[in-house]
Design a protein around this ligand. Structure first.
Ligand code: ATP
Length: 265
């Protein structure tokens, strides 16, 4: 008998979890074309879990961190946006756009190295319009001391004063900090080592963060240096993380009330 089951995984737009499923498929596609590591799927799942208890929306605390992050990027002398497989698979066009607006080149930097992965990520970024992609040529890479993982191989990150690290592992954030660099993290987990070590921690999904940062960057680009410094000085990362944890508590508390109402009605 012929297989009649639908092998086309297109997601109906009215599905209640349409967005979440759409991005899962992007990650799966990324894995098939080598850009995303197998472990990247698990990291994505961990992210989804935190996104759930944040209400799957960009909170005010995230917006504050994004504004400070954009100000920091515009003020930095040699900022870099570090790119891994997950980020490239999820938001390639947005990476390129933000990189151009704030003048921060993209550098591919991987925890899970595999032959062909860098080329796969480079291809995705080039198709999204990137023209200046660092970290792709072996002869240009140097090693950062104090780091065991493949993340230690860097190109321009070594001389950068500010590194934006979406979806990062804590070890590298710690190393970058110890080397005197300013770090912007995008991490849905507000208590990961990355989130705690970073100077500016954006607790939000990268798929919402980058479009929002692009908007903010367009607004802030015309500001004077002093105005950008004021934005940065008014931001308190530790307080912002604590406020985010409070928001999570409030959200879970509200869900506790709502959870069984539907069943009762
Ligand atoms: P750390 O070493 O900093 O404690 P970790 O071991 O959890 O963190 P990884 O396993 O490398 O680090 O996971 C990467 C992080 O990326 C996780 O904290 C996860 O919540 C986060 N993450 C995954 N997907 C997204 C996403 N789409 N947007 C933002 N953050 C994400």
């Amino acid at each position: 008998m012929k297989e009649k089951r639908n092998q086309n995984h297109s997601i109906p737009k009215d599905h209640p979890r349409y967005k979440s499923l759409k991005y899962r498929h992007k990650i799966i596609e990324g894995m098939k074309n080598l850009a995303v590591a197998e472990a990247g799927l698990i990291a994505h799942g961990r992210g989804e879990c935190f996104d759930y208890i944040l209400g799957e929306r960009t909170n005010e605390t995230a917006k504050k961190a994004m504004k400070a992050a954009v100000a920091a990027l515009l003020l930095a002398k040699s900022p870099i946006i570090s790119v891994n497989g997950n980020t490239a698979a999820l938001v390639p066009k947005e990476l390129v756009e933000l990189s151009e607006i704030v003048n921060a080149p993209l550098e591919i930097n991987l925890f899970y190295y595999k032959e062909g992965r860098i080329e796969a990520i480079k291809k995705i970024l080039e198709e999204a319009g990137a023209t200046d992609i660092r970290g792709t040529l072996k002869e240009k890479l140097v090693e950062i001391e104090g780091l065991e993982s493949n993340r230690r191989f860097v190109q321009s990150i070594i001389d950068a004063d500010l590194v934006m690290v979406p979806l990062e592992d804590g070890d590298r954030t710690e190393t970058l900090k110890k080397r005197g660099k300013n770090v912007i993290a995008v991490d849905l987990n507000p208590i990961s080592r990355t989130a705690i070590w970073a100077d500016i921690t954006i607790v939000d999904n990268i798929i919402r963060t980058l479009p929002e940062m692009i908007k903010i960057a367009k607004d802030l680009k015309s500001l004077e240096k002093e105005q950008l410094i004021t934005i940065l000085n008014n931001f308190d990362n530790k307080k912002n993380i604590i406020d985010t944890l409070e928001l999570i508590k409030e959200y879970i508390e509200a869900q506790k009330e709502n959870a069984f109402k539907i069943l009762k009605s």
